[in-house]
Design a protein around this ligand. Structure first.
Ligand code: IPD
Ligand code: CA
Ligand code: CA
Length: 270
């Protein structure tokens, strides 16, 4: 089902909302005290303030829509996860790369996407440090500020620069680590940059050739997945099946040839 609201307008709202969050992050940069919400899983006042400001903007503009935000209050999030009447949902990570933010490593962002019936219609990822805004609308291309993006043409795993995402509570010998090891000796290099949303944008922009992660949440990836699709890349889940926003894993590549080679090492590991 296509949205009743024009996609290009939703794309603009995603950009605006992501920039609102980015301005809040700039205000808090360098003066936050992190708290652990799980083992090695940090949250700060900045995460919460960014979430609140984005929610305020979106609920004023679209009072009938749902908000699925990482730092939404639990009841709002539960209702949006269940989404019993199939409403439009805004999927928000108010700060992706919180650990980088806390350490003042300038690789973090705000991610905002709009989804209905499992289809991502528009999305934006904003890095307030570099002032880079990656954005896309389904059928309207992928963009970095006002430049259109295409994935790289990499077709050989041995020439590929990949990135991996690990969950905060990663365990020795886990399936996540085994998948990483499978590719470590095959690719040119593998980076762990600390922001799933930016990793996806970097694949869309041709800075990386592929990205894979075993444990991601919808708000980490919703906007970035659309960017890769619109930039001509390939996205599946980590077993090579169609990507599902709720299933929480992802394997992406710039080209289908590269995706197939990554898959030979990823898809069989369980
Ligand atoms: C995390 C980052 C990280 C990824 C984790 C995410 P957060 O998000 O995207 O790169 O590996 O799985 O949870 O906690 O910084 O929003
Ligand atoms: Ca995140
Ligand atoms: Ca986050």
């Amino acid at each position: 089902m296509s949205p009743s609201h024009p996609i290009e307008l939703w794309q603009k709202d995603c950009v605006h909302a992501a920039r609102i969050g980015g301005e809040i992050l700039k205000e808090y940069q360098g003066r936050v005290v992190p708290h652990e919400k799980g083992p090695r899983d940090l949250v700060t006042e900045a995460d919460l303030a960014s979430q609140k400001a984005i929610e305020l903007y979106l609920t004023q503009r679209f009072p009938e829509h749902l908000i699925l935000g990482e730092e939404s209050d639990p009841e709002t999030r539960r209702h949006a996860s269940e989404n019993p009447d199939g409403r439009v949902r805004w999927v928000i990570d108010p700060l992706d790369g919180t650990t980088n933010f806390v350490h003042q490593l300038p690789n973090y962002c705000v991610s905002v996407a709009v989804e209905r019936d499992g289809v991502i219609w528009a999305g934006a990822v904003y890095n307030p440090v570099s002032d880079e805004c990656f954005h896309a609308g389904r059928g309207f291309g992928a963009w970095l500020n006002d430049r259109e993006l295409k994935t790289s043409r990499c077709i050989k795993l041995e020439e590929a620069l990949l990135a991996v995402g690990f969950s905060a509570g990663i365990q020795r010998g886990s399936v996540e680590v085994r998948r990483f090891e499978e590719l470590l000796y095959q690719a040119r290099a593998i980076r762990r940059l600390g922001s799933a949303a930016l990793n996806l944008c970097y694949v869309a922009a041709g800075r990386l050739d592929g990205f894979f992660a075993t444990s991601v949440r919808p708000w980490d990836v919703a906007a970035g997945i659309l960017l890769i699709e619109e930039a001509g890349g390939i996205v599946t889940d980590i077993q090579g099946k169609p990507f599902d926003l709720i299933r929480a894993h992802v394997a992406t590549a710039a080209t289908s040839a590269l995706h197939e080679q990554m898959g030979q090492h990823l898809f069989t590991v369980s």
